[in-house]
Design a protein around this ligand. Structure first.
Ligand SMILES: NC(=O)c1ccc[n+]([C@@H]2O[C@H](COP(=O)([O-])OP(=O)(O)OC[C@H]3O[C@@H](n4cnc5c(N)ncnc54)[C@H](O)[C@@H]3O)[C@@H](O)[C@H]2O)c1
Length: 382
């Protein structure tokens, strides 16, 4: 049977533009689907750069204005891989144009923006998904399966870190290409919306919703030259954030993120402690899940390092042979595969925009608490 073409229009050719394009290129080779992904158009403002990106990745055409891309009737899916301050405007317009939308995280610059995005896709009834790709690492999915099967018993603790060290230099400017993450107007926040958003999404998925939070943030470098004005300007983002929270199931959460942990480049770790079992995962060893099962015979009880590469482990039967691991980029391939499967089955893949909003509510509560020094209740998605 001929496959249905699904024509992608991608906006942004940076880090995520490449990660997503790689996923589109690979998905059909490894996962069955009724759909054939077609790289229809790449869009970014710099014509030469977007042409060269399109040529390298095999996109059939280019646009330099995303509004033009949305007007085209040969685009089925709009993939938003641009800085955070552009997500809402593009996604709301894409929904109005009747396009399916794959949006990078965090969903909005803040929760009020994300609420409008959720309303727009609900009104237009268009498929939507947010790229919280760590949900698609096989070892993290294995953790999810063990938790859902009740193997851990009652959950007591959830803790996560996301540590980097790339902004310690005070001479690093803020704003503009490559450094938009340091400009609060483009990013919305610092590590909270950038890195902790990932940790929060995984926690909401693996554990349960968060009731309330108390947080502290710090901006270590108070002023940086802005690349667009050439002037020293106040830094509005949080360089570091730590927060405590209570989950709805009574468990306690502890989260930390910084770009000032010298020696750490992208150390995302999570641990969940239940009455019977604890699980631990580390992005630097992403194909392994550490498992401690208290029900093991005492003489041999200890932490097991499970190499997640066997055919009965999540996603792995689609790849190589048992014992051969996969990596970071595969999480994006899995996300596209699940999106296609969702379209085919009518049971939409998640995280969708509502899930993205749930994370944005936590991010906003964390930032509010850091500002006013009070515990904050987290708004819940209706
Ligand atoms: N899921 C993840 O793990 C992950 C990782 C990194 C980034 N992200 C998210 O992806 C998004 C993009 O981040 P990145 O690291 O790829 O950034 P990047 O700076 O590498 O690339 C951004 C791209 O957007 C383009 N762009 C900016 N404004 C535009 C506009 N108005 N119209 C068209 N193109 C425009 C730039 O030219 C560039 O191609 C952000 O929202 C970020 O938070 C997610």
């Amino acid at each position: 049977m001929a496959k249905k073409p699904l024509r992608i229009g991608i906006i942004g050719y940076g880090f995520m533009g490449r990660a997503h394009s790689n996923a589109y290129a690979k998905v059909g080779h490894f996962f069955d689907s009724d759909y054939q992904v077609v790289l229809q158009a790449a869009c970014a403002r710099n014509e030469d750069a977007v042409k060269s990106f399109a040529a390298r990745w095999g996109y059939r055409s280019v646009e330099t204005d995303w509004r033009k891309l949305l007007k085209r009737d040969d685009i089925d899916v709009v993939d938003i891989c641009t800085p955070n301050n552009t997500h809402a405007e593009i996604a709301i317009a894409a929904a109005k144009a009747g396009k399916a939308i794959l949006c990078e995280k965090p969903l909005g610059l803040n929760a009020p923006e994300a609420e409008k995005m959720v309303a727009a896709v609900a009104k237009a009834k268009v498929p939507n998904m947010v790229w919280y790709n760590y949900r698609r690492c096989p070892a993290v999915v294995l953790a999810k399966n063990l938790i859902d099967e009740g193997k851990l018993g009652k959950i007591f603790h959830y803790r996560a870190n996301f540590l980097q060290d790339w902004t310690i230099n005070p001479d690093l400017p803020q704003g503009g290409a490559a450094l938009w993450r340091l400009d609060v107007k483009a990013a919305g926040s610092g590590v909270t919306g950038d890195l902790l958003a990932h940790c929060i999404d995984t926690a909401l998925w693996l554990n349960v919703g968060i009731k309330n939070v108390t947080a502290m943030t710090e901006t270590f470098i108070k002023e940086r030259v802005h690349q667009e004005t050439g002037k020293k300007q106040k830094v509005g983002i949080d360089d570091a954030c730590a927060f405590l929270c209570r989950f709805k199931n009574g468990s306690l959460g502890l989260f930390e993120s910084t770009r000032y942990a010298r020696g750490h480049k992208a150390l995302y770790t999570l641990e969940i402690n239940g009455e019977n079992m604890s699980l631990r995962w580390d992005l630097h060893d992403l194909h392994r899940l550490q498992v401690f099962d208290h029900r093991d015979e005492g003489r041999v009880r200890g932490w097991r390092s499970v190499h997640v590469s066997d055919g009965d482990q999540p996603y792995m039967k689609n790849w190589w042979v048992p014992g051969l691991q996969i990596g970071y980029e595969h999480s994006f391939v899995h996300q596209v595969a699940d999106f296609l499967q969702g379209l085919q089955s009518g049971k939409a893949a998640r995280p969708d925009f509502k899930d993205g909003l749930a994370t944005d509510y936590v991010v906003d509560a964390v930032l509010a608490s850091a500002k006013n020094g009070q515990w904050q209740n987290v708004k819940q998605v209706k």
